[in-house]
Design a protein around this ligand. Structure first.
Ligand SMILES: [Zn+2]
Ligand SMILES: [Zn+2]
Length: 109
């Protein structure tokens, strides 16, 4: 689910992330929160010299996305691509491919 800062398929920023994002035991929400806070930080820096809408746009295009090698459908940000490489390695033993969360579930079930 894309957020205002990225079109990544797996990035979420919702009420749950706001509530649990500071707790490392909720690793997924903790990661979402971390990504979101980094984007806010970039926006804060950029907005000293640029209009806010332009800042959002710049951050969005600077968050380069990579596609899942298995379904060819999910687009993932850097953090989620890195996680996807771990998944691919774990489930298929292929290091350089990216496996999205959804494809991962098909592997497990
Ligand atoms: Zn993401
Ligand atoms: Zn996939």
């Amino acid at each position: 689910m894309p957020t205002i800062y990225t079109n990544c398929t797996e990035c979420i920023y919702d009420e749950d992330v706001k509530t649990y994002g500071n707790d490392p035991s909720y690793s997924n929400m903790f990661l979402m929160n971390k990504i979101h806070l980094e984007n806010i930080e970039k926006e804060t820096i950029l907005s000293k010299n640029l209009p806010i809408e332009l800042c959002k746009h710049i951050i969005k295009i600077s968050n380069v996305l990579e596609r899942c090698n298995y379904c060819n459908n999910s687009n993932l940000c850097k953090e989620h691509s890195d996680r996807g490489r771990n998944y691919s390695n774990l489930y298929r033993g292929i290091k350089n491919n990216i496996m999205c969360n959804k494809c991962c579930w098909f592997e497990v079930t």
